[in-house]
Design a protein around this ligand. Structure first.
Ligand code: MGD
Ligand code: SF4
Length: 728
């Protein structure tokens, strides 16, 4: 629903944020234009990344001309990051997919014919029917990232397969969720990580490159914390942007973080920096922990981590001095070395010792959200065979992409013959892309639902073009910062060309396959209205403000009346994990040494740019202007020894002899000598991505192996070594 500026202000004034909106520079700057007849302001929320900030779109004559942060929405607070503002670049990208396509040539050679939606559905339905008959419905798998995944998940369940998988688990934060759930009974994030940085006295970051890794309100909290005088300790082999703000930078030897964490735990216990009263009340396993970590001395850790012993001691004392109003950030992208759940357990235990869970400046408690669940009238068929996505990993809590890929190659314990892929560029997302190609060869059907002709999309048999987040409804979102609220995604532009939203694709596919009874709604908008009614949310108001807070949800800190709940077996924080012990796994983390690069090679590290999201934003012309290529960060000392100049052309060659694209080198004092660093997501191999094709170095291509975490099944991807080859 569109509203005039006058109405938008009126609606906003109903809420506490109304005054903020009136002061909003976006509204001021456009006040004159807003008086024009054909200017509308429509709130929605962003999906240029998965932080989901509230936005307000200015639409002039039917065209989106500006995206700004919704001041009422706690994830944006009136601001969008560069990517959020550049959403218009995605909406009007001339390379966008326009209509369904069916492959006419070999997979990967880019030859397709245009098809109607009905033709495309019929093609898929025929193939699926054949696969179901020959191999069973479980032989179809889904790889999903983002909102559309839920609808396609419903389609998969209606079809009878349990094989969902998500890169956000195995290649991202899965191990963290498992580690914190083992310790506290839940993860450290709801929508967003519940890190109270704005109120922290000391913040410690393990590799979290805040400011380069851009999550809007999280970065606002970080900056507010620093402005409020928080001390910052950054543990990173690279002098990141955050390290530039730190009172202490610990340039740790890559792969040894757990050594530092265990030594810190030992120091906290030996020097009695822990919060005794808090532990007595809320934790179990202190004595076992104390015994298990006593060998991890600062001297030992100094040798292992290549950090000065005194810095190790001083950093943890600083956290101890200001406890409990401190935080060791739990991190987000976790798939590093294959012992990632245990590293996460270490961080979780450290936070528990310092008493940060539920404390101001620590990790706030989740807001209370008492919203009635919609009654499920649909009963999906029970698959006859179990999901392949969990492998043999006892604590895997979501489908593992690489397990589904493995089963597609091996056919064990049963074959996978069709992949549906939505919102994920698997050629860049899963390590060892050669294995992805091998798996694709075994498929009878590969369908992609996407906006852009990415590397993965161009491997498909059928391409179904999706609406962007600016052109569609998506289910109502529950936003959980310290307060909870409900946010709406609604179209701010008409869908371009012949594209459809995932909810409609899933519904129409169900119809085509005789699975109509599994779809409950006519339109998603209708379902959202029902949901809002059930939650006693004024839908009209939601359409005009974009966000409505849930009353009485704010309970961030422990008080006598507001006690934390730990959903572990013991109902306490488990410093020693019985659950791990029961599976013959280390109940307290143990350090094991990782392989180091051979002479002449460097560990390949990767990270984020604040103006890009994984590989999804590189072809956006506005963001491309800001960063069109990545560089290889190389230590100045090494560069001198190798005779490499700053800006020189180089390529990377990995241990298997695989060679990367040619890129430029950034010679810098800001990185250790044993590693190199690139920003992830570059090096598209799709010629239809006209801006970004062939530009930059693809870190995934250099990943010829990964280390598997035995607890969560997630992929450790920082275990590949490369050498640098001059190309000038
Ligand atoms: P994106 O790169 O954002 O995420 O990896 P992916 O899940 O692949 O790719 C998203 C795809 O979604 C693109 O093809 C884009 O065009 C499409 N898309 C965008 N919006 C929409 C939409 O509204 N609808 C549909 N249907 N499609 C859309 C992320 C994953 O990668 C994650 S979460 C992490 S943390 C890991 N990071 C990482 C890394 O740093 N290095 C390496 N080598 N691998 C990594 N893998 C992981
Ligand atoms: Fe959009 Fe940026 Fe917010 Fe991500 S952090 S949702 S890209 S505005």
């Amino acid at each position: 629903m569109a509203i005039s500026r006058r109405n938008f202000l009126k609606c906003a004034a109903f809420t506490a944020g109304g005054a903020v909106l009136a002061d909003n520079p976006f509204v001021k700057a456009t006040a004159k234009a807003a008086m024009k007849k054909d200017v509308k302001y429509i709130p929605s929320y962003c999906e240029m990344c998965f932080w989901r900030c509230g936005l307000v779109a200015k639409v002039e004559g039917g065209k989106v001309v500006k995206l700004e942060g919704n001041p009422l929405h706690p994830q944006s607070r009136g601001r969008l990051c560069a990517r959020g503002q550049a959403g218009i670049g995605l909406l009007y990208d001339k390379d966008r997919l326009q209509t369904p396509l069916i492959r006419t040539g070999e997979r990967g050679d880019g030859k397709y014919r245009k098809a109607s939606w009905d033709e495309a559905y019929s093609y898929i339905a025929e193939k699926l029917t054949g696969i179901k008959k020959k191999y069973g419905p479980e032989s179809v798998a889904l790889f999903a990232h983002g909102n559309g995944g839920a609808y396609m998940g419903n389609f998969l369940e209606a079809f009878g397969s349990p094989n969902h998988s998500h890169p956000s688990y195995a290649q991202c934060l899965g191990a963290r969720e498992v580690a914190f759930t083992l310790t506290y009974g839940q993860g450290p994030a709801s929508t967003a990580e519940r890190v109270d940085m704005a109120n922290s006295r000391v913040i410690a970051l393990f590799g979290s490159h805040m400011g380069e890794n851009m999550h809007n309100s999280h970065n606002q909290d970080f900056v507010d914390g620093l402005a409020n005088g928080a001390k910052l300790i950054v543990v990173d082999p690279r002098y990141s942007t955050a390290a530039g703000k730190a009172s202490m930078w610990l340039p740790i030897k890559p792969g040894t973080d757990l050594a530092l964490i265990l030594a810190w735990i030992n120091i906290v216990i030996q020097e009695k920096w822990y919060d005794r009263e808090y532990l007595e009340k809320y934790a179990t396993g202190f004595d076992e922990l104390k015994e298990a970590v006593k060998g991890y001395t600062p001297e030992w850790a100094a040798k292992e981590t290549d950090l000065p012993k005194q810095d190790i001691i001083e950093a943890i004392r600083e956290l101890g001095r200001y406890k409990p109003n401190v935080v060791v950030h739990p991190g987000r992208h976790y798939s590093w070395y294959g012992d990632d759940t245990q590293r996460g357990r270490g961080l979780a235990i450290l936070n528990a010792l310092l008493g940060t869970w539920g404390r101001k400046g620590g990790l706030w408690l989740p807001p209370k959200v008492n919203l009635t669940k919609m009654k499920e009238t649909v009963k999906y068929p029970k698959p006859k065979r179990e999901s392949l996505g969990f492998g043999d990993y006892p604590f895997a809590s979501a489908g593992i992409t690489t397990e589904v890929r493995r089963a597609t190659i091996d056919g064990d314990p049963y074959p996978i013959k069709a992949w549906f892929v939505i919102g994920t560029n698997l050629m860049k997302t899963m390590p060892v892309p050669g294995k992805t190609l091998e798996a694709i060869k075994n498929l009878d059907l590969l369908v992609n639902i996407d906006l852009m002709p990415t590397d993965m999309v161009m491997m498909s048999d059928v391409i179904l073009p999706s609406t962007s987040y600016l052109e569609r409804h998506d289910s109502l979102a529950i936003v959980t910062q310290k307060n909870a609220g409900v946010a709406i995604r609604q179209p701010v532009a008409n869908p371009w060309k012949n594209v459809k939203p995932a909810w409609l694709i899933a519904k129409e596919l169900c119809n085509k396959m005789g699975l109509k009874k599994y779809v409950e709604y006519k339109t998603l908008d209708e379902q959202m209205r029902q949901q809002a009614k059930l939650w006693k949310i004024d839908y009209k108001k939601l359409e005009t403000t974009g966000y409505i807070p849930i009353p009485d949800s704010y309970h961030p800190y422990i008080t006598e009346k507001n006690q934390p709940v730990f959903a572990t077996d013991s109902k306490k924080i488990e410093l020693y994990s019985e659950a791990l012990d029961d599976e013959d796994m280390d109940p307290v983390p143990k350090y094991t040494r990782h392989k180091v690069p051979p002479a002449g090679m460097f560990r390949l590290l990767y990270g984020r740019s604040p103006v890009h999201t994984f590989s999804r934003s590189m072809n956006n012309k506005w963001l491309y202007e800001l960063k069109s290529e990545n560089e290889v960060w190389l230590s100045a000392n090494v560069a001198r020894r190798l005779g490499i100049e700053n800006g020189e052309k180089v390529s990377l060659v990995n241990e298997k002899g695989l060679k990367s694209n040619v890129g430029r080198v950034k010679v810098t004092e800001r990185i250790r000598e044993d590693c190199v660093y690139v920003i992830h997501g570059f090096g598209s191999t799709s010629k239809r991505m006209t801006l970004t094709y062939g530009r930059g170095i693809d870190d995934a291509q250099m990943m010829s192996h990964y280390a598997t975490d035995p607890i969560s099944g997630t992929n450790g991807m920082r275990v590949n070594f490369v050498k640098i080859v001059k190309e000038s």
